[in-house]
Design a protein around this ligand. Structure first.
Ligand code: BGC
Length: 257
């Protein structure tokens, strides 16, 4: 008996494009992740070429199976609508169609933070949590995924709230921490300002912090004084790939593929 193909998750980020086959039972990677630098000019053409390379690497495990791809942008029905941290040529691009054509099968495309949120709700820190849960990814930008009783409210874009006259992610993302060479304490002050504002607007029951910097959460989360419980993502930076693969597999199941 041939094993059915595993779903593949691919995460297009501001600095790297990463992919891995996902074991949906375990909620983890079924093979080592591949990461390729995001090209300086991150046009759809350049990025699709890399996505194709990554998919080809996993063809033995994932060939013909569902693929979920995340983009760091608002995405509705597979069409990319914004481009804060990626080439502006993406705006208006039907990424679902473009990637579907390049990979020769249906591709599920969604916002990167939404995918990470789905991963955390399914397998990580948000598992079984009812009420309002906000998953915030701290990377090149700030991504947000909002869940109400486990249901995703897509494309919330809370990284672009205007706070003290600034686009919030320009001050409080991990990218801003690195660019401004901030100590953990100084960065925590900016995070405090950001998350206090967010909790005053949404009154969430839980905030989950994702992105690569979630593995260093002990350096800055204890410095925050919020009324909302705030915890690091269990799946850390893998959440997006796992969430995208999970969603793609769900979609394939619903279509009886
Ligand atoms: C984008 C979001 C994205 C986030 C994290 C923001 O700049 O507008 O769509 O989720 O960065 O990559």
């Amino acid at each position: 008996m041939t094993a059915s193909p595993l779903p593949l998750g691919i995460d297009i980020g501001g600095s790297g494009i990463k992919g891995a086959p996902v074991d949906l039972e375990a909620g983890s990677f079924a093979a080592d992740r591949i990461r390729i630098e995001t090209p300086g000019s991150s046009t759809p053409k350049a990025v699709v070429k890399i996505v194709k390379e990554i998919a080809a690497e996993f063809d033995d495990r994932c060939g013909g199976g569902p693929i979920g791809v995340t983009v760091p942008a608002v995405t509705t029905g597979g069409v990319v609508r914004t481009a804060a941290n990626i080439d502006k040529d993406w705006v208006g691009t039907d990424a679902g169609a473009l990637l579907g054509e390049a990979l020769g099968r249906q591709v599920t495309v969604l916002n990167d933070a939404d995918a990470a949120g789905v991963g955390e709700m399914q397998y990580g820190s948000g598992r079984g949590v009812r009420g309002t849960v906000l998953v915030a990814t701290l990377g090149t930008g700030i991504g947000s995924a909002l869940f109400v009783d486990g249901t995703l409210v897509p494309n919330t874009e809370l990284g672009h709230l205007e706070i003290d006259g600034h686009d919030a992610e320009k001050r409080a993302s991990n990218g801003a921490r690195e660019a401004d060479d901030l100590s953990w304490e100084k960065w925590a002050k900016r995070l405090q300002r950001y998350f206090r504002h967010v909790e005053d607007l949404l009154w969430p029951d839980l905030i989950v912090i994702g992105g690569g910097v979630s593995k260093k959460a002990d350096r800055y989360l204890p410095l925050l004084d919020l009324r909302t419980p705030i915890v690091p993502a269990t799946l850390r930076n893998d959440a997006g790939i796992i969430g995208a693969a999970w969603l793609a597999a769900q979609r394939a199941d619903h279509q009886g593929a």
